[in-house]
Design a protein around this ligand. Structure first.
Ligand SMILES: [Zn+2]
Length: 429
C-alpha cells in the first residue's frame, strides 16, 4: 500500500480544486524553493508528472495487475506505474485511496448521435463523466448522416468516439414506433457507398453495423447480411450485427460472419438467439466463437436477460466484451450507465478483474482504435477510470424487467482522458 503521508508543510502547498463526489483532487503548486517550500521542484533532475492518481487499487487485466499502485501521467500518456511516487513530482494529484483504478473503460455499443433520430444521447455527460473514455457508436449514423455526426458530435466531444457505420445509409433515424425499419427498403442498403464513406473516414470509422430484428428488416435480413459482408470485405473492416427476433434463423446469419466480426445483444431473450429450445448453445454459435467471432453484451432496453446470461455462463460461454447500448430510452433504466451494466456481472458471479477485462483490454482488441487503449502500461493513452466499488444491497433490472439483488455496485468517481479530469453528476449518497 502506498503510504506516503502528506506533511503539514506539504498540505500547505496544496489547494483543493474541484472536489466532487467525495473525491479530493489536489493541485500541487509547483515548489519553487521559496518561502516555506521544500527546495525540490519537479523537473530538477527528477521525473515530473502532470497528474498523479495516488494510492488506488489498480485493476488492469492487460498486465494481470490487481494491487495498490500510483499512476503517473505526462503529456497525455501513462508515464509510470509504481508505489510511493512522490506527490511533489506531480502538478496535480488525485487521491484514489480506497478507490479502484482501471484503464479507461471502453463501451463497444453506445448511441451518441443526438437529435438525429430517437436514440442518440450526449456523449460527455453519459459516457466520459461516468468512467467511459471511449464510446463506440453502433450504427446511429449511416453514409448519409455520418458527415454531421463527425462534424457536430465526434469532433466536439471530449469522449473518444469511434463509429460503426450503419450499412444502411440513413442509419437509425427512425425507431420501431412507428414501425419504419431502416432495412425494409433495400435501396438504402448500399455496401459500395458504405465502404466508400468508411474509407474516407478511416480515422473514426472502425467497422460496420447492421440490425437484424424483424421490425427493422421485414424479410430482408439475410440480404442485408450479404450486403454488410460486401461492405466489410471491400473496406477491410469488421461487422457488428445486432440480433434478437430476427426474421432469419441465427445460424444462417452467422454463416456469413468472419473472424473479427461481432455479435451484439448476444444474451437477449427474443427468438433466434444463441440457445436452442432446450437452453443449449447452438453448435453454430460455438463454431463462430472458435473461428474468432466476438460475442458482445449490448444490454439496451430489450437485449439483456439475466436468465439467458446465466444459462450461457453455465455452459462456459461468457461474453467476450461487455457493452451498455446506452441510449435515450434506457438511460433512466434498466441500463442507467456503463458501471451499472458492469456491476450486473459481479452479481452473476464474474470476478471483478474478469469484468474489467471485458470493458478494457478485450474491448481494445476488437476494433482498430489507432491508439493504445485498454491498458495502463507506460506509453499507453492516459485514459483512466477511477471507480468506487460500494458494498451494500443493490437491486438490478434486466431488459425483461426481471430483478436480481447484488451486494456490490460500481460507481464512477473521476475519469481521466488526455490528462484532463471529468466528474459524474452529483449522485444521491
Ligand atoms: Zn444499439
Amino acid at each position: 500500500m502506498a503510504s506516503e503521508k502528506l506533511t503539514p508543510k506539504g498540505m500547505a502547498r496544496r489547494r483543493l480544486i474541484g472536489a466532487a463526489a467525495g473525491s479530493a483532487i489536489l493541485a500541487v503548486t509547483p515548489a519553487t524553493g521559496g518561502a516555506g517550500g521544500v527546495a525540490r521542484a519537479p523537473g530538477q533532475g527528477e521525473e515530473s508528472f502532470d497528474l498523479l492518481i495516488r494510492g488506488g487499487k489498480v485493476v488492469d487485466p492487460s498486465q494481470n495487475l490487481e494491487a495498490v499502485r500510483d499512476v503517473a501521467i505526462r503529456d497525455g500518456k501513462i508515464a509510470r506505474l509504481g508505489t510511493d511516487i512522490p506527490v511533489a513530482r506531480a502538478r496535480q494529484v488525485i487521491d484514489a485511496d480506497a478507490k479502484m483504478v482501471t484503464p479507461g473503460l471502453i463501451d463497444l455499443h453506445a448511441h451518441v448521435f443526438p437529435y438525429v433520430g430517437p436514440y442518440g444521447i450526449e456523449p460527455d455527460p453519459y459516457f466520459l463523466a461516468r468512467g467511459v473514455t471511449t464510446a463506440v457508436d453502433a450504427g446511429t449514423s449511416g453514409a448519409f448522416t455520418f458527415p454531421a455526426f463527425r462534424r457536430f458530435v465526434i469532433e466536439r466531444a471530449a469522449t473518444r468516439i469511434r463509429a460503426l457505420l450503419h450499412v444502411v445509409s440513413i442509419g437509425m433515424v427512425a425507431g420501431s414506433t412507428p414501425n419504419m425499419g431502416e432495412l425494409e427498403d433495400l435501396r438504402y442498403c448500399d455496401p459500395k457507398l458504405a465502404a466508400r464513406v468508411a474509407g474516407e473516414n478511416r480515422d473514426l470509422i472502425v467497422g460496420f453495423k447492421i440490425r437484424f430484428s424483424k421490425q427493422y428488416t421485414g424479410a430482408n435480413d439475410l440480404e442485408g447480411m450479404r450486403r454488410a459482408r460486401a461492405a466489410g470485405d471491400e473496406a477491410g473492416l469488421p461487422i457488428m450485427i445486432h440480433i434478437g427476433g430476427s426474421y432469419t434463423p441465427l445460424p444462417e446469419l452467422l454463416a456469413l460472419m468472419k473472424k473479427g466480426d461481432v455479435v451484439t445483444h448476444s444474451f437477449n431473450s427474443h427468438p433466434h438467439g444463441l440457445l436452442d429450445e432446450s437452453g443449449a448453445l447452438l453448435p453454430e454459435v460455438l463454431a463462430a466463437r472458435d473461428r474468432g467471432v466476438w460475442f458482445d453484451v449490448g444490454h439496451g432496453a430489450g437485449s439483456f436477460s439475466f436468465a439467458v446470461m446465466e444459462r450461457c455462463l453455465k455452459q462456459g460461454f461468457p461474453p467476450d466484451t461487455i457493452s451498455s447500448d446506452l441510449y435515450s430510452a434506457n438511460l433512466n433504466g434498466p441500463v442507467y450507465d456503463f458501471p451499472t451494466t458492469l456491476s450486473k456481472f459481479l452479481l452473476l458471479g464474474m470476478d471483478l478483474s474478469e469484468v474489467v477485462r471485458r470493458a478494457t483490454v478485450n474491448s481494445a482488441r476488437v476494433f482498430n482504435f489507432g491508439a493504445q487503449l485498454g491498458t495502463l502500461q507506460p506509453g499507453a493513452e492516459a485514459d483512466v477510470s477511477v471507480l468506487e466499488l460500494r458494498e451494500g444491497e443493490f437491486t438490478f433490472t434486466d431488459s425483461d424487467g426481471k430483478t436480481r439483488s447484488g451486494r456490490q455496485k460500481l460507481f464512477p468517481v473521476v475519469t481521466v482522458r488526455g490528462g484532463k479530469t471529468f466528474y459524474p453528476p452529483a449522485q444521491p449518497a
